[in-house]
Design a protein around this ligand. Structure first.
Ligand SMILES: C[S@@+](CC[C@H](N)C(=O)[O-])C[C@H]1O[C@@H](n2cnc3c(N)ncnc32)[C@H](O)[C@@H]1O
Length: 355
């Protein structure tokens, strides 16, 4: 086992860009994840100074890209603070590749992972018309998101057709859908209080709206089973397929989002548009970008082309968060994902939008 002295030498070499010493110490199995008394790792020091060779060597020897110092900053933020923009891009690329193979981001969550039954089994409150709160007074949904929901709905309803929304919340997204001439509008909602509310509000009796009460995990599974019902692999002419899908649940994490993504090709028509509330790691700009790139890469593997539209949002005013236990958004930019399920014919003949 390497001594503390060797770990300190590694930290100094990483900070000064002494690649020979860094490589020699790593070859001697010195732990590259060891932080100093502030939790600052050799990788963070190299990133801040822009020593790309040292960064590469440290990452190749397993230095964790997602470690946080005692103030909650990661290596990507150190690179950014040091103005090392090429390094930020290289770190994002490394992080996405590592995630695709290992899934480090979700590892801690997965170890203790339970479905959001606890949230679903306790009451929620519609508070003052501008927020929906759980029993801890954490916000399930808030009114300031309205411009985001409006744009999500525009993207998803652009082609008309059959639209699916997972997670009703305050019904903001669903009200926006009503402004578009869609053929059908399905809503999946799992919380009994939210379901009662939406029924009281009359959503269950609108002519082209179908409300499915239950967790998406069960409801989508049932739709897929129905769609697969014909023997001999014949296409079911009555299959329930959607042209637009939106996903915005609560108390779920990236693993749930990934599980949902895996089902999309079975419930969507080619050319359809999918989007999700892009709220992963909102308090850490670097992790947030990694999540965006990761989702993009994973969606590409199942046939989606993703673009992120930049939207300015303003949730700074303290009064917005009054009565909410934990603020869940800080940034001024929202990256709105528009993911299109590519038609194979388009792949052969080119995207009509590119022609
Ligand atoms: C953030 S809110 C949705 C807000 C909505 N987009 C709007 O515009 O008001 C999340 C909703 O997802 C619901 N939900 C949570 N987990 C779910 C699950 N597994 N399946 C279906 N709905 C779920 C919650 O009860 C809540 O109503």
């Amino acid at each position: 086992m390497a001594s503390r002295g060797a770990e300190r030498r590694l930290a100094r070499a990483a900070e000064s860009g002494d690649i020979k010493t860094v490589e020699a110490l790593l070859a001697d199995d010195v732990d590259p994840s060891h932080g100093d008394r502030h939790g600052i790792t050799p990788l963070m020091k190299s990133c801040h100074q822009g020593h790309i060779e040292c960064v590469r060597a440290l990452l190749a020897h397993g230095a964790p890209w997602n470690e946080l110092d005692f103030e909650g900053h990661c290596a990507g933020e150190y690179a950014s603070a040091g103005g090392q923009h090429d390094l930020v891009a290289a770190l994002i690329e490394h992080a996405v590749q590592a995630e695709l193979v290992l899934g480090v981001l979700g590892r801690a969550e997965r170890a203790s992972k339970v479905p959001n039954f606890s949230y679903l089994s306790k009451p929620v409150t519609y508070d003052g018309g501008d927020k929906l709160l759980d029993t801890n007074r954490d916000a399930v949904m808030m009114d300031w998101e309205t411009p985001l929901m409006k744009r999500h709905a525009e993207a998803i309803c652009a082609g008309g057709g059959d639209v699916l929304n997972v997670g009703f919340g305050m019904g903001i997204f669903d009200r926006c859908v009503r402004e578009h001439p869609v053929v059908s509008h399905t809503i999946i909602e799992a919380h009994p209080d939210v379901h009662s509310y939406l029924i009281r509000e009359g959503w269950g009796s609108l002519s082209n709206v179908r409300v499915e009460f239950g967790r998406w995990q069960d409801v989508v599974d049932a739709i897929i089973t129905e769609n697969d019902a014909l023997p001999g692999g014949r296409t079911n002419p009555d299959a329930r397929l959607f042209d637009g899908v939106f996903f915005d649940t609560y108390g779920e994490d990236y693993d749930d989002l990934r599980d949902f993504h895996a089902l999309l090709p079975k419930i969507m028509r080619k050319g359809g548009v999918y989007s999700y509330f892009n709220g992963m790691a909102p308090d850490n700009g670097f992790f947030h970008i990694v999540y965006c790139r990761l989702a993009e890469a994973e969606l590409a593997r199942i046939g989606f082309k993703t673009q992120f539209e930049k939207m300015r949002i303003d949730s700074r005013s303290e009064s917005i968060w009054c009565g909410v236990d934990r603020r869940y958004w800080w940034g001024e930019t929202y990256l709105l994902p528009v993911c299109r399920l590519v038609d194979r014919r388009e792949e052969e003949f080119g995207d009509p939008e590119d022609r």
